[in-house]
Design a protein around this ligand. Structure first.
Ligand code: PMP
Length: 420
């Protein structure tokens, strides 16, 4: 599987040479969360190819992939049926003067699959979808205040960017914050918004970087729905990261709570660029009134890929399979950590797992674990929730666990050096 360490020194690898070139022509060598300075030590910045649950970097090293392109890859890289659907559409053209038939078909697919949805609209990135939802909620209610959980990520636009650089306080003037899963703090924010409450925007579970993942309590989800009903405001569910991985009907279906508006992206076209907003009839007029569009929003190739992805997600139990694989990973990690006497915490749904080390506020253990596992062929992340795909099979998980055993050994050595 994994090639032996390249004979080239670290400074001569294809990845290092690309970083040098990028640093000259791309500010910081890369933007956002993929900025080289933010990469865990030893991680490649550039990739060459991918197939199934394996990715290959530009240095020619192959890994079992547990990031799935940070979420978009649900069925495995280059899934044959998705590729066939996308290529058949590409042969006819992608970007026309307006949408193709496939847009209507895809909207019909969403409406049939998602119980809260009476309609669907399409965009490109998750941030397009969350921003559209907020705009529609304001247009539909005629109000301004939007409640978001502290630390939740909804995109990189000025109103929701995690950075303050280049952002004005006016960009966020009408955002109010609450603690995820804390009904009292949600109610306090609702009270503060008063008659100006337009929407409550919530991720399907709490998946903030670097902290234990947290599923929503039924009480919290129900309280959010009740608060929106009482104030005639919109409940917006941000399913950009979770969509199709936990429950194809929507992640809160099992809680019995349905949103008014929902933002989707990432997995819906298995790696092709697409986002969607689904909504109920209460917000149909608002969605008609707002002006939202983009040059590439009706690209047909991604929509054809999405139709095939949704069909496979409906027909085969994708959430069930990736859950089984995630549990196998989780149980294996727990066993290996116990064998080395290392305290870890695992959280989140098994389909989107996270493993953190106890006493690791500087993430040195997490980084040492990931760097060693990477050298042995598993691509994990020390702080961000990971992703399983339906291409992962038991043998892939077991290969990754073998790599993880080297990671735990590296953490034990780090502990030993610290205690010396
Ligand atoms: N919402 C959530 C919950 C996300 O995880 C992300 C992306 N990580 C976004 C919104 C923004 O999506 P995009 O990066 O495609 O704009």
């Amino acid at each position: 599987m994994t090639k032996p360490a390249a004979a080239l020194s670290e400074t001569q690898t294809a990845d290092a040479l690309l970083r040098e070139r990028a640093a000259r022509v791309v500010p910081g060598g890369m933007w956002g969360h993929l900025n080289a300075a933010r990469l865990p030590e030893g991680y490649p910045q550039f990739f060459a190819s991918a197939e199934g649950c394996r990715i290959r970097d530009v240095n020619g090293r192959e890994y079992v992939d547990f990031m799935c392109s940070w979420g978009p890859v649900l069925l495995g890289h280059r899934h044959p049926e998705i590729q066939a659907a996308a290529e058949a559409q590409a042969a006819l053209g992608d970007c026309f003067n307006g949408p193709g038939e496939v847009m209507v078909e895809l909207a019909e697919d969403f409406v049939a699959m998602v119980p809260h949805a009476d309609w669907a609209m399409f965009q490109k990135n998750g941030g397009d979808a969350t921003t559209s939802c907020v705009t529609m909620a304001r247009a539909g209610t005629g109000r301004r205040k939007v409640l978001v959980a502290k630390g939740s990520y909804h995109g990189a636009l000025p109103w929701c960017s995690p950075s303050v650089a280049g952002v004005t306080s006016e960009d966020r003037a009408h955002l109010l914050h609450f603690e995820y899963n804390d009904v009292a703090s949600l109610q306090a924010a609702v009270d503060e918004a008063g008659k100006d409450l337009a929407a409550i925007l919530i991720t399907a579970f709490r998946h903030d970087m670097g902290r234990d993942l947290e599923l929503p309590t039924r009480e919290f989800a129900t309280a959010a729905r009740a608060a929106c009903d009482a104030a005639d405001a919109a409940l917006i569910l941000d399913e950009v990261r979770t969509g199709l991985r936990l429950d194809v009907r929507g992640s809160w279906e099992t809680l019995g709570v349905r949103p008014d508006l929902c933002a989707w992206s990432k997995a819906i076209a298995n790696g092709y660029a697409l986002a969607a907003v689904t909504g109920n009839d209460r917000f149909r007029d608002a969605a008609t009134k707002v002006f939202v569009t983009g040059s590439f929003w009706c690209g047909t190739v991604a929509m054809a890929a999405a139709r095939a992805t949704l069909r496979i997600a409906r027909e085969t139990d994708v959430p069930g399979h990736i859950r089984t694989m995630g549990l196998r990973l989780r149980e294996g990690l727990a066993r290996l950590a116990a064998r080395e006497g290392i305290a870890i915490r695992q959280s989140g749904p098994p389909q989107m797992p996270l493993m953190l080390f106890d006493d690791d506020t500087d993430v040195r253990k997490g980084r040492a674990f990931c760097a060693a596992a990477l050298r042995h062929g598993a691509f994990f992340h020390p702080q961000h929730n990971m992703f399983l795909s339906s291409a992962h099979q038991a043998a892939d998980i077991d290969a990754a666990l073998e790599a993880a055993s080297h990671g735990f050994r590296a953490v034990r050595e780090l502990d030993a050096r610290r205690n010396r």
